[in-house]
Write a protein that binds this ligand. Structure first.
Ligand code: OAA
Ligand code: MG
Length: 550
């Protein structure tokens, strides 16, 4: 389907609707920008003020309204209602300055929005599947009505960012991720579908809150939960057979179980395991361009044994193994710590997913000591525990490495293992630092360092673009390694000089296109693409990217 075909389909839709129905459809509405000719043809005469504005003029109004809001949560509410009225103008706004707007519609503000979902609720968006829908999930999905989605993001709210179990409030994260699919990956907004699978919440604060909008009960678990998930995945396959399904922010155990159970059924992946792994591997590969190291020589200490770090460990191990060693040997270079200290062979309470990394070693309780003993070149935190990378930890990394690589991945900003400022200061500017949530540049001893944002937003939009454009039937780990290499090689030498190891946000669409092409090539080679390879693959994919201009 070329953009011309998409345009014609759109035109077909707009021709069917008239008057108020057009203004009330955010995918069609252009507000004051409808031309005189359009107003006549579409029955809009009298329904709009006289003046015809350009999209740029509308954009100016959005900017000034947004600037007048007292804080980012209010800006979030304002931008979400713009999205509900006029999607094109919303995306034009976001894309006009991603540096400014991404932290509002996505991490970190989306975390605050999720905490207060019930209180700031305006209108429903997406689909709410609840535990009470067992036996009729297909029917619920059919109620969606609109165009068949090509990308679905589903969460059960079990672990929203580093904020814990937020139950049905998790809808915010599905909505936020899909906004980035469109902004960063060029997926048409009309073909995205956010879903929350509301199985209850164990968070007392929500259960007793008068504003809570979800199922007011403890989470269903065990067989009842698994049966609902099975029914959900099956129903998605039947009702939306062409959609890619992204799992988001499930609690670790469920995230890993679902991925293993469903990944071979259709185009399904888990963003927190595979997307985070992809972006972190990209960050490591780019960091090695600064430290001049080889991947196979790295020793990594992971703090936290949740879905993010487990996923990163697996992908990094497989990338090291590709350099010519066994997976077992590669894993020996990776160490994990959890609340109980270093995960070593024979220790009790080892999460089964971390077991392959429980190497023979005497126990070590604290991070700084583990660094002095194991001498990791790379330190990665995904704990949800703010400040756990304190001065002794950062100083230890700087003592054993000329250029220590330190990633504090927990989101939102309030949960980061360290701030950019602290890490640069405590390492005397030596650290190559990245964080999951955005931090501004920091100057230490007259030198300015720009922290990278190691967020899966550099990965999932490109995966979605590749999968939907080339009708890719499975999302494989080989594709995530290829995505990581594509992102890492897109970082300019100038960026590396400032310590920045990810592409600038205004280059993110190019990064997504690079990923889409890279994973499509793999799909064509491995027989996973549903179309034959276009001669100009890059041009073919680029042509399908959504533009928010009228
Ligand atoms: O949403 C984000 O910013 C990254 C992510 O997947 C998470 O923290 O769970
Ligand atoms: Mg997530």
């Amino acid at each position: 389907m070329t953009s011309l075909v998409i345009f014609k389909q759109h035109l077909g839709k707009i021709m069917k609707k008239r008057g108020q129905a057009i203004l009330n459809d955010p995918l069609l509405n252009k507000g004051t920008a409808f031309t005189a000719k359009e107003r006549d043809a579409l029955g809009l005469a009298g329904l709009l003020p006289h003046r015809i504005e350009t999209q740029d003029q509308q954009l100016e109004r959005v900017f000034s309204n947004c600037a007048r809001k007292p804080n980012d949560l209010e800006r979030y509410i304002f931008l979400m209602s713009l999205q509900d009225q006029n999607e094109a103008l919303f995306y034009r706004t976001v894309l006009s300055d991603l540096q400014r707007f991404m932290p509002i519609i996505y991490t970190p503000t989306v975390g605050e929005a999720a905490l207060h979902y019930g209180a700031i609720f305006r209108r429903p968006r997406g689909l709410y599947v609840t535990a009470q829908d067992r036996g009729r999930v297909r029917e619920v999905l059919q109620n969606w009505g609109g165009d068949a989605p090509s990308v679905i993001v589903a969460t059960d709210g079990g672990r929203i960012l580093g904020l814990g179990d937020l139950g049905a409030n998790g809808m915010s994260i599905s909505v936020g991720k899909l906004a980035l699919y469109t902004a960063a990956g060029g997926i048409h907004p009309g073909s995205t579908l956010p879903i929350v699978i509301d199985v209850g919440t164990n968070t007392e604060r929500l259960l007793s809150s008068p504003h809570y909008l979800g199922l007011r009960q403890k989470r269903i678990v065990g067989e009842a939960y698994q049966d609902l998930m099975d029914e959900f995945v099956e129903a998605v396959g039947e009702v939306f057979p062409d959609a890619m399904l992204q799992f988001e922010d499930f609690a670790t155990e469920n995230a890993i179980t679902h991925l293993a159970r469903y990944r071979d059924q259709s185009a399904i992946f888990n963003d927190d395991i595979q997307g985070t792994a992809g972006v972190t591997l990209a960050g490591i590969l780019a960091a090695l361009r600064i430290t001049d190291g080889a991947l196979e020589d790295q020793r990594v200490l992971f703090v936290g044994a949740g879905s993010a770090n487990i996923g990163i460990g697996e992908l990094v191990a497989s990338a090291i193994a590709e350099k010519g060693m066994s997976l077992d040997a590669a894993r020996k270079q990776l160490w994990f710590m959890d609340r109980k200290g270093l995960i070593v062979e024979g220790r009790d309470a080892i999460n089964s997913f971390a077991a392959p990394y429980a190497h023979a070693h005497s126990p070590i309780g604290d991070i700084a000591t583990a660094i002095e003993v194991l001498r990791p070149t790379i330190l990665i935190g995904a704990t949800g525990q703010p400040g756990i990378f304190d001065e002794p930890v950062v100083a230890a990394m700087a003592k054993v490495n000329a250029r220590p690589v330190i990633f504090a991945l927990s989101n939102p900003t309030s949960r980061s293992e360290a701030t950019a400022e602290d890490v640069y200061l405590w390492s005397q500017g030596k650290a190559v630092f990245a964080s999951g949530s955005p931090f501004g540049p920091v100057t230490v001893n007259d030198e300015t360092h720009v922290p990278g944002q190691s967020n899966n937003v550099y990965i999932f939009p490109g995966i979605g673009l590749g999968v939907t454009s080339c009708k890719i039937s499975r999302v494989t780990d080989t594709m995530f390694r290829a995505a990581a290499r594509a992102v890492a090689s897109g970082v300019s030498e100038d960026a590396l000089k400032e310590g920045r190891i990810f592409p600038a946000l205004d280059e993110i669409r190019t990064a997504s296109l690079d990923i889409a092409v890279a994973i499509a090539e793999i799909a064509f080679t491995e027989g996973l693409a549903g179309i034959s390879r276009p001669d100009d693959l890059r041009g073919f994919i680029a042509e399908r990217m959504y533009s928010p201009r009228y």
